[in-house]
Design a protein around this ligand. Structure first.
Ligand SMILES: NC(=O)c1ccc[n+]([C@@H]2O[C@H](COP(=O)([O-])OP(=O)(O)OC[C@H]3O[C@@H](n4cnc5c(N)ncnc54)[C@H](O)[C@@H]3O)[C@@H](O)[C@H]2O)c1
Length: 264
């Protein structure tokens, strides 16, 4: 089955997610929360999952009220297969189906290789790579069952999935994995009309980055951005929105860099 040619649709329709059902993992703050806001603004109903269940419910209620949209928060741990399955089931039962799945939850603790414990290595792989694999698997199963014609999976990778990063070997390895997963699944899912894309943000000011503090390496890289500044969450959220829209309907398996030109 070839993907629809949408050339005849007006821009107003191409820019709309009215009637689409979306989920965002790790959407309690930072890039994920900004993506929820843009998806809801474009007309999608959204289920947000986050480790911090109370915060995510509060944020969901706030956006729902502000935009008059269906936005629901639920606790989710992407390292738990059971938790992801329950979350995916909740998306179908509460939103009525599934069209868009954003694998955003991720962690980025700093460590030199000699200080890197096996626990830290495994935690990073479990959240960033295994969580993305599980999210994609559960999304595909439900998109196929619901026979959506607009299935899109968006994986938040990183510029560290394309190049190395000082004291982030575990993180960089996990994000290289996310890009490999994205490419491979694009080959497998094309015939179902399900697209899969990766986003590679550069340095983006989010609660996660601020809590960790900027390393000397990050400060040096931030000062040399070709576009003159580091990202804010909405810079990345707008590109996530573009991936979810029919505007990008012939794109799959590729990675979109949102990095102020850093990898140029
Ligand atoms: N901020 C950056 O500079 C930057 C750069 C490149 C890529 N990224 C990627 O963007 C994504 C979002 O990063 P951010 O900076 O917004 O992070 P953040 O720490 O500000 O927010 C991440 C959210 O994910 C949630 N989360 C963490 N572990 C989870 C789990 N096991 N299950 C469910 N939710 C969980 C957290 O509670 C938090 O709300 C991550 O995948 C990150 O690797 C961020």
């Amino acid at each position: 089955m070839a993907i629809d040619d949408v050339s005849a649709l007006p821009l107003s329709q191409l820019m709309s997610l009215k009637g689409r059902r979306a989920v965002v993992t790790g959407g309690g703050g930072g890039i994920g929360l900004a993506a929820v806001r843009r998806l809801a603004e474009a007309g999608a109903s959204v289920l947000i999952g986050d480790l911090n269940g109370d915060a995510v419910k509060r944020e969901a209620d706030k956006i729902a009220k502000e935009l008059g949209a269906t936005v629901i928060g639920q606790s989710l741990d992407v390292t738990s297969e059971q938790s992801i399955i329950a979350f995916a089931d909740a998306a179908v039962s509460q939103l009525g189906g599934l069209d868009i799945w954003v694998n955003n939850a991720g962690i980025f603790p700093h460590s030199s290789i000699t200080d890197m414990t096996v626990e830290s290595w495994e935690r990073v792989q479990n959240v960033n790579l295994r969580g993305t694999f599980l999210g994609a698997r559960e999304a595909v199963a439900r998109m196929r069952k619901g026979s959506t014609k607009k299935g899109v999976i968006i994986n938040v990778a990183s510029t560290a999935g394309h190049r190395g990063r000082h004291h982030l070997a575990h993180y960089s390895a996990s994000k290289h994995g996310v890009i490999g997963l994205t490419r491979s699944l694009a080959l497998e899912l094309g015939q179902d009309g399900i697209r899969i894309l990766a986003i590679a943000p550069g340095i983006t000011s989010t609660p996660g980055l601020e809590q960790r503090g900027l390393s000397e390496d990050t400060k040096r890289r931030a000062a040399a951005m070709p576009l003159g500044r580091v990202g804010v969450p909405d810079d990345v959220a707008r590109v996530i929105l573009f991936c979810a829209l029919d505007m990008s309907s012939l794109m799959t398996g590729t990675t979109l860099f949102v990095d102020s030109g850093a990898t140029a």
